[in-house]
Design a protein around this ligand. Structure first.
Ligand code: C2O
Ligand code: CU
Length: 493
């Protein structure tokens, strides 16, 4: 199959095979005419005619919560936050902070238009809350203590309910003491399905990437370990997790596509992932499908960002290799002397290859936000050093605790210039509303989280729809948010 791999590098298998059959492929010097191509190399089955290998995703399985509501359009669950002992490092017990006793928290999955009701109970030793990252929820469901609700104190309960307005890959996490709580395990995936998505995308695989800072006994390092220097750099954990596991295994079959929905739930870590530079067909990100697909050989995810892509296994049956994490340039010291790490083992099972399905190019219409007459707003992401031993971050030089809200009105459109003159990248996130990045080099899509690299700026168009209230915006390196890089936006009726 070397023949196929060499020639097909730039093409999908489907296109390549038809070309090869029509014309022969002469570039490799082997099998230089179609008549010499052994019949066995042409898969006799299409991807849609076979299932994934048995137990393909067992090792990365997520917890599925019990739906208490018989109505097919309502998902109603109980969710308890509690500490659960887990074996993250072999033979060591780690007291993980969890939603529902699993890491990550249960997979909340429903279809667009459904209602979700979550009866939340806090049995942690600290106050907490749930923020539904990226979802357009009513303001009082946004889960920000002190802004949209009271903290859910130890032993207390709170019921969240909202309608899922948009299909996409989302997640949930606390919004109080969040650098620490997310670092201890508080995050879970929330998938909103669009029943009209093409079947060709393949079977869904939800992957939550995160990390943890553990000592050699499996105990958490203090959440403020490293002091001001770590506030500045952000605290990357020393153990990379995929769905709560160290180096889990995935089984694939050559040619049989999978739709990966990847979430970066780490408090600071950026993820650049690759599988031997095999093509990954990006479908979209934060809020569902993009305007069209894009074929990439690696995927970069900043904290809180999501990416959906089609993974088409290209390896020969019987191959075992690693999906790898690569360091991402995100400012001073982020890549120096750092190396790639093995994240997830991919075993291509010993079953005959199948012919991949063709993934459509055009996916969705994304109407550009009309920015004529839009109000311009400058959001300068700033870092200051009040003294030798501390760092303070803010928006336009003002840390969160001294800030006053930006203002807007329902029906208004604004263009935010998010500027970063600091030495570190900042993944910028807005609650409540999606934005469009005004950059012709990007595939149009709706986003709620975007990287602002060192010494650059991005323009974001945002339109405020029918949900007034006070919403957060902040850097999603949670260590940066914690030292002040956060602000509020008040939308009046
Ligand atoms: Cu992922 Cu303010 O949140
Ligand atoms: Cu930041």
């Amino acid at each position: 199959m070397k023949y196929l791999v060499n020639c097909a590098a730039q093409f999908s298998f489907t296109i390549f095979l038809s070309l090869a059959l029509l014309s022969g492929c002469t570039s490799t010097g082997q099998g230089s005419s179609s008549s010499q191509m052994p019949a066995l190399e042409i898969p006799s089955l299409r991807a849609s005619q076979v299932s994934q290998p048995e137990g393909w995703n067992d090792d990365v399985a997520l917890t599925i919560p019990v739906d208490l509501n018989p109505d097919p359009n309502i998902l109603e669950i109980n969710l308890e936050a509690k500490i659960t002992n887990m074996e993250i490092m072999p033979g060591k017990i780690t007291p993980v902070w969890t939603y529902g006793g699993s890491l990550p928290g249960p997979l909340i999955r429903a279809k667009v238009g459904d209602m979700v009701i979550i009866h939340f109970k806090n049995n942690l030793p600290d106050s907490t809350s749930i923020h539904w990252h990226g979802l357009r929820v009513p303001n009082n469901m946004d889960g920000v203590p002190g802004v949209t609700q009271d903290p859910v104190d130890v032993g207390d309960e709170f019921t969240y309910d909202f309608v899922l307005q948009d299909a996409g890959t989302f997640w949930y996490h606390p919004h109080i003491n969040s650098a620490a709580q997310v670092g201890w395990g508080m995050y879970g995936p929330l998938i909103v399905e669009d029943p009209n998505d093409p079947k060709e995308f393949g079977d869904d695989l939800v992957l939550v990437y995160s990390d943890m800072s553990l000592d050699e006994d499996g105990q958490f390092l203090p959440p403020d370990v490293g002091g001001a220097f770590s506030d500045l750099f952000g605290r990357e954990g020393n153990i990379i997790l995929v769905n709560g596991k160290v180096q889990p295994k995935l089984k694939v079959r050559k040619g049989k596509q999978q739709r990966w929905r990847v979430i970066n739930a780490a408090r600071t870590r950026y993820y650049t992932i690759r599988y031997k530079r095999q093509p990954l067909i990006r479908l979209g990100g934060d809020s569902g499908l993009a305007e069209h697909t894009e074929t990439l050989d690696q995927i970069k995810l900043v904290p809180s960002e999501r990416t959906d892509f089609v993974f088409t296994p290209h390896d020969e049956p019987g191959t075992v290799d690693w999906l790898r994490w690569y360091p991402t340039e995100r400012g001073y010291g982020s890549t120096f002397n750092r190396f790639s790490e093995e994240m997830m083992e991919i075993e291509t099972v010993d079953e005959p290859a199948v012919l991949p399905e063709t993934i459509p190019y055009a996916l969705r219409t994304i109407e550009p936000i009309d920015i004529t007459g839009a109000k311009d707003v400058l959001i300068d992401l700033t870092i200051t050093f009040p003294d030798d031993n501390s760092v303070e971050m803010g928006i336009n030089g003002i840390p969160f605790w001294d800030s006053s809200p930006l203002l807007g009105r329902i029906g208004e459109t604004q263009v935010w210039t998010v500027r970063n003159d600091t030495d570190f990248n900042h993944p910028f996130h807005l609650h409540g509303y999606f934005f469009q990045v005004l950059d012709e080099n990007r595939v149009p899509e709706w986003k709620d989280s975007v990287d602002i690299p060192v010494r650059t700026e991005l323009k974001l168009a945002v339109r405020f729809d029918e949900r007034p209230g006070t919403w957060m915006y902040h850097c999603h390196i949670l260590d940066h948010a914690e030292v002040g890089m956060m602000g509020t936006l008040r939308i009046d009726p």
